[in-house]
Design a protein around this ligand. Structure first.
Ligand code: 26Q
Length: 829
């Protein structure tokens, strides 16, 4: 740890560096417990102890935070602002302790309270400010940016309610609100001095200045306050602490004049609720939520507050000269969700800072960059024009102007091709005109990236083909990654220690070194030690499954796991069909060559997604039948883990033998769970989809269980797809369908699963589950046979971890930084 330095002017920092030893940590812990929180006994829970420890740790982060800010200000460095509607941070305590390297001191300090770090950690509620992959990716990226000392700030929303809590009642998902802030969030610091005003409604007025220039003014707006809450983001053992700035909406203290004049004082006060609603709840990833006005308010609220924040900072430091702005700032759009930022930046530069269109457009285009996360055309965001006309009238004008100028470019590139103009227009015309946000993002950015090699290729050849023809240089791939700090060092201490014994302590910082354990796959003693660690991790997972699902797993069986959002394209259904097939074999006495396994499935279904919810019900009903059948006990156990989230994945991925990545080829943009499992030594059974392809390439095809149609075959087969013929020709499959359709899993719930069997049998089944059944079942048998050779399995397991360096988000961020952001580490001048 280098010495902390103080700068001289206007510096109100503590002159003393907080010590990291057990004695000082212990003193601070006691001080926060007794004085800050006013407690003198432990009580029933460790809640106050958790908070006191969080504050003790936070103090040490805050000190480095301030130094990081100073260093960046002195360097006048180029910065990037990562705009995302989601940051799925999970818990912060252990991650901070790991990154500050104070675990031993903390453990020792806790002794006086008679409890362990593990107990205290459990008091922290996950920060569930995201749906799944996209939100967790943003969190992993922040970790990597801080670790690589890159000046990147996350901008997001401080939702009062995060991702809903899932309970399973009678086999069905029941949602309840996740009021994660109820007991406060010890990591955040409110910054009222940086409040912004975000306008809504109103209309545009035009005025001419004395030089005859016309200026637009957005007037009669109803403003909402954006209050920033900053969360520290520490790098791994490097003194850098970056910022995640989350905005909360609040009403202004001005009363609505109309209401007030009408004499309705109480109505005017009550109307304040509307403003505070904006940041109330995270939207689930749900087609039925598309087009909701409140969601658009959230998007604009985030975009406007964040851009104002960056611009105000610029003007404070550099004045109103924007000529260098684009060279020193970048914005990364996490999917189309914050894309209204393209139009908002134009508005701020033109209306507030009086730049001409061309100069503002030049700045906008060279600062914005867009990441796409989906190939499903139905998932591309569109907003009805009428919503904009009412809520964001000035932004609609700007979008129309962007579109007009863009279509002129299209006309030049494809002269006379009116059809092309219609296809590429940012405005989808018709009775119900809509704004295509992905098109606005592409037109308004200098970079468009997909999140895995296949995904980017499919964007270029499919969804965005014409844009690719127009601007091939904009398109690039950035394969996703996950942070090896949380997803290996923190969640798998056993493996971390084992690897550390071979490579030395530094391997976590130099994660690329993990490939050096590859030769140890040939070392019998190392394999035995590797298995021992896996067994301990399985024991920990088994205990979780017992508490959460009341199902008994057995460490000596294979742990076969699929955890992710429940969606048809991810094909949890294929997994459960295989479970039914195994059950059928067991009841027929056909267990030759079978490998005993425990199948674990988990994930949330969007509340309005009926089919996904029915799949959860089917999994639970199958689990019930299987787990109650004495014949199956030694062969098969099935559990559905409720309320799957970041902190449960931290227990699940280290204890997994087999990782299920079975999406229909061409549908999963990347996947990131696949990478977490791989790092922790699980083997993958998967299709040629998303990052699976690159995982297989990295680990070698002999160490990956591949099955199913590839993307091209899926496309070709679709035209004459006949699932009923496939089922009829396959005895095993026919028996599985018979069990499903004869109500074997819905005895007192007749016909419950008809929509599922119908979808499997439909020639229009977009996910083509039947097409891959046979190949999947055969592949699972190869998995079983391989697992029975423990030495062989261990070799393959070691090679999976050894080859996972490519899937560290450090590599991903280095790619973004080099190709899109062009950033230098904060430590370099
Ligand atoms: C849309 C409309 C209204 C409300 C919410 C939404 C919404 C919210 C979240 C739409 C999509 C999301 C999240 C998508 C997501 O998580 N995509 C995943 O991103 C990962 C990171 O790139 C990829 O690895 C996954 O393949 C991709 O599915």
């Amino acid at each position: 740890m280098s010495d902390l330095k103080l700068s001289d002017k206007n510096n109100l920092q503590l002159s003393k560096t907080l010590e990291m030893g057990a004695e000082h940590v212990g003193e601070d812990l006691a001080r926060h417990f007794n004085l800050t929180l006013g407690r003198d006994e432990l009580g029933d829970s460790h809640y106050y102890l958790f908070n006191a420890l969080a504050l003790t740790v936070r103090d040490r982060l805050v000190q480095r935070w301030s130094l990081t800010r100073q260093r960046c200000a002195e360097n006048r460095c180029r910065r990037v602002h990562y705009l995302s509607l989601e940051f799925l941070m999970g818990r912060t305590l252990t991650n901070s302790i790991l990154n500050l390297d104070i675990e031993d001191a903390v453990r020792e300090a806790l002794i006086q309270y008679g409890c362990t770090l593990e107990e205290v950690v459990e008091e922290e509620h996950d920060a569930g400010l995201g749906n799944g992959g996209l939100g967790r990716l943003a969190a992993c990226f922040l970790d990597s940016c801080a670790t690589l000392e890159l000046p990147v700030t996350g901008y997001g929303i401080r939702y009062e309610y995060g991702m809903f809590h899932q309970k399973i009642v009678d086999g069905r998902q029941v949602e309840s609100p996740d009021h994660w802030l109820r007991n406060g969030h010890p990591w955040e610091i409110e910054c009222p001095e940086n409040i912004k005003r975000v306008p809504f409604f109103g209309h545009t007025e035009y005025t001419e200045d004395k030089d005859g220039r016309v200026h637009a003014r957005w007037v009669d707006t109803h403003d909402v306050l954006a209050v920033p809450y900053d969360v520290p983001v520490p790098g791994y053992q490097n003194d850098t602490v970056n910022t995640l700035r989350l905005w909360k909406s609040e009403a202004t203290d001005e009363f609505d004049l109309d209401e007030f004049n009408a004499g309705s004082y109480t109505d005017a006060v009550a109307a304040k609720n509307l403003a505070e609603q904006i940041t109330m709840v995270l939207y689930p990833n749900d087609a039925s939520e598309n087009g909701k006005e409140l969601r658009l308010r959230q998007q604009y609220f985030l975009a406007s507050a964040s851009l104002q924040d960056v611009i105000h900072h610029w003007v404070r430091v550099e004045g109103r000269d924007f000529s260098d702005f684009a060279a020193r700032n970048g914005f990364q759009l996490n999917d189309t969700h914050p894309t209204i930022a393209v139009a908002e930046l134009m508005r701020l530069l033109m209306d507030e800072y009086l730049l001409e269109w061309d100069e503002a457009w030049q700045i906008t285009r060279s600062t914005m960059a867009y990441t796409n996360h989906t190939l499903l055309p139905e998932a591309l965001e569109k907003w009805p024009v009428f919503l904009f006309r009412n809520l964001l009238p000035r932004l609609l004008e700007i979008i129309y102007e962007i579109n007009a100028r863009f279509l002129a470019e299209v006309a030049e590139h494809w002269p006379g091709d009116v059809n092309r103009q219609m296809q590429l227009s940012i405005i989808e015309e018709g009775a119900y005109p809509q704004i295509r946000m992905a098109y606005l993002a592409i037109v308004g950015s200098h970079s468009v990236n997909g999140v895995a090699a296949l995904h980017t290729e499919l964007l270029k050849q499919g969804l965005f083909r014409d844009f690719y023809n127009l601007w091939p240089e904009k398109f690039n791939n950035k394969t996703n990654g996950v942070t090896p700090r949380r997803w290996l060092a923190h969640c798998n201490p056993g493996l971390t220690t084992l690897i550390g014994k071979q490579l030395g302590e530094d391997w976590v910082a130099e994660f690329g070194d993990i490939h050096k354990i590859a030769p140890l796959a040939q070392d019998k003693a190392f394999r035995a030690a590797w298995r021992e660690v896996k067994k301990e991790n399985k024991q920990r997972l088994l205990e979780l499954v017992k508490t959460e699902c009341n199902v008994d797993f057995d460490v000596d069986m294979m742990f076969d796991v699929q955890v992710k959002r429940i969606h048809e394209y991810k094909r949890q259904l294929l997994n459960i069909l295989h479970v039914i097939h195994l059950y059928d074999r067991i009841t027929r006495g056909d267990t030759e060559g079978m490998q005993p396994r425990c199948v674990l499935i988990g994930g949330k279904a969007a509340p309005g997604y009926a089919m996904a919810k029915l799949i959860i019900k089917l999994i639970n009903n199958v689990a019930n039948v299987v787990n109650r059948d004495a014949r199956a006990r030694s062969w098969l156990r099935v559990a559905f883990i409720p309320n799957y989230r970041v902190s449960t994945m931290e227990v699940i991925c280290p204890g997994t033998d087999l990782s299920e990545q079975v999406s229909t080829a061409g549908k999963e943009a990347s996947g990131t769970g696949n990478m977490k499992f791989m790092m922790n030594g699980a083997l993958t059974i998967g299709t040629l989809d998303g990052a699976n392809i690159e995982i297989r390439e990295a680990v070698g095809e002999e160490n990956f269980f591949l099955f199913g149609l590839d993307e091209q075959q899926v496309a070709e087969t679709r035209n004459d797809y006949d699932p009923n013929a496939i089922i009829a020709a396959d005895k095993d499959f026919a028996r599985v369908m018979h069990l499903l359709e004869s109500q074997h899993f819905s005895l007192f719930e007749d016909s419950l699963f008809d929509p599922i069997s119908q979808s499997i049998r439909s020639p229009h089944d977009a996910w083509m589950t039947a097409a891959d059944f046979r190949s999947y079942v055969d592949c699972q048998q190869r998995v079983a046979t391989t697992y029975q050779d423990a030495e062989q399995w261990s070799k393959m397991s070691i090679l999976n971890s050894a080859n996972s360096a490519r899937f560290s988000s450090d590599r991903t961020i280095q790619d973004y930084s080099r190709d899109i952001w062009r950033l230098k580490p904060n430590s370099e001048k």
